[in-house]
Design a protein around this ligand. Structure first.
Ligand SMILES: Cc1ncc(COP(=O)(O)O)c(C=O)c1O
Length: 418
């Protein structure tokens, strides 16, 4: 038998084991200053490509004013208690109505955090007789929601419609035996590679198989579709999404999230999602701040237009310079480089220290061995200068990677710089 704490100390986890050499720089880095295209990191200005402030609203003066006025008026506590018990307000309902209208659904329900909210929605809707079928590259919150499910669950190969159909055949056979129902879950935009979920194709399968569809559109909300209603609107199938989900953590530059769909289903969620029934409701400044942000999404299309001007310039410029950006069809911009992942730390250090560029880096096992993925999130607040400087820097680091330069860097010397 083991002591629990001894076990934990002997295995701090895949990232935790690097804490002593990497915390504050490579892991848990501290970006300082105003949330913007350029921020301070480790005492230097960097072009910041790591925050999902797609529309540049996080630090917009009008938004900041509404946030601070609401905080002055209500403080951070009001309303107290779970929404069902004592934490409800007219503004919570108002935000829900406006969100439902925005994504063209009958009703919406707020959740405090997207992660717990979607987990809890999956948990509330399914019982052990039901079957869940989900994309294998789904966000951790979907995977964890599915883990709570006690019935059958089938993951299908990412965006592979043949595999989805095979799993639907299995799901139908299973549900017929148990008398259960089927839920399919995918995403509007997959946040790592930037490819949209094949919603049109998924929806077409509804003609052959009886299932309901839940779409996590965290990266599509506000960025895709003619009105910003997301990937479903972009692909012309918003009506066929039975339950639409987005967080406020990206385009809205805030906290909180929501689900939207038929009135009765939203009411069911409101009365049955354990993460909301047993947790304090969203504080008023967030609710009022999100009403303001949504109004700006609705009435100021210039933010989305500027975002796409930047996305097109960045993605077009990278492609012209011969970079592989995979099959993104969203704002998320991955750059795939050929190179041993052991050089990733040297490369990221070089980008930050010598080129003033801050972006996320992804290596094996998330992507195949021998590849390095640099992930850029363009926003409406970036400038053409940010884009051209970044592309020029990427051309340089690609040259260094190919010439073997990073193999010569002493990793001890760059282990940590706080
Ligand atoms: C696809 C996706 N779903 C859900 C979430 C979780 O949302 P929240 O940050 O509101 O918990 C995120 C991250 O923010 C996400 O990228």
């Amino acid at each position: 038998m083991k002591d629990l704490f001894e076990k934990i100390k002997s295995n701090p986890g895949p990232l935790g084991k690097w804490a002593d050499v990497a915390e504050g720089y490579y892991i848990f880095p501290k970006l300082e200053g105003e949330l913007a295209n350029r921020m301070m990191f480790n005492g230097k200005e960097v072009i910041c490509w790591s925050i999902n402030n797609y529309l540049g609203l996080a630090n917009h003066p009008d938004v900041r004013k509404v946030d601070s006025d609401a905080t002055d008026e209500y403080g951070l506590a009001y309303p107290m208690g779970a929404r069902m018990m004592s934490g409800n307000s007219d503004n919570h309902y108002k935000l829900e109505r406006e969100l439902a209208d925005f994504v063209k659904k009958e009703a919406a329900v707020l959740v405090n955090f997207g992660y717990q909210g979607i987990m809890s929605a999956i948990d509330a809707m399914l019982d052990r007789k039901d079957v869940v079928v989900y994309d294998s590259e789904s966000h951790a919150c979907i995977v964890d929601g599915v883990r709570l499910h006690q019935g059958q669950r089938f993951a299908y190969e990412h965006n592979n419609m043949e595999r989805l159909e095979q799993n639907l055949v299995r799901a139908v056979a299973n549900a017929e035996k148990t008398g259960g129902a089927i839920l399919v879950i995918t995403e509007g935009v997959f946040g790592m590679r930037g490819d949209q979920g094949k919603l049109k194709e998924v929806v077409a399968l509804k003609k052959k198989y009886p299932f309901r569809l839940l779409v996590d559109d965290a990266h599509g909300f506000g960025t895709l579709g003619a009105t910003g209603a997301g990937a479903g609107e972009e692909q012309g199938v918003q009506d066929e999404i039975d339950i639409y989900f987005s967080t406020f953590a990206k385009s809205m530059g805030s906290i909180g999230a929501f689900l939207a769909g038929d009135k009765e289903i939203m009411r069911f969620l409101m009365y049955n999602m354990r993460s909301q029934m047993f947790a304090k409701s969203l504080a008023m400044p967030y609710v009022i701040g999100n009403i303001k942000r949504l109004e700006m999404l609705r009435t100021q299309p210039e933010h989305k237009a500027k975002l796409w001007e930047n996305v097109n310039a960045l993605q077009g410029g990278l492609k012209d310079a011969g970079f592989d950006i995979g099959n993104t069809n969203s704002c998320v911009t991955p750059v795939y480089l050929q190179g041993d992942e052991v050089y990733a730390m040297a490369l990221v250090n070089d980008l930050r220290e010598n080129y003033g560029i801050f972006c996320s880096i992804v290596v094996y096992p998330v992507i195949p061995k021998g590849m390095i993925l640099l992930r850029l999130i363009p926003t409406a607040s970036h400038t053409m200068e940010d884009i051209s400087e970044t592309i020029a820097a990427f051309i340089d680091i690609r040259g260094k990677l190919e010439s073997g330069y990073y193999a010569t860097v002493n990793l001890e010397s760059i282990a940590i710089k706080q």
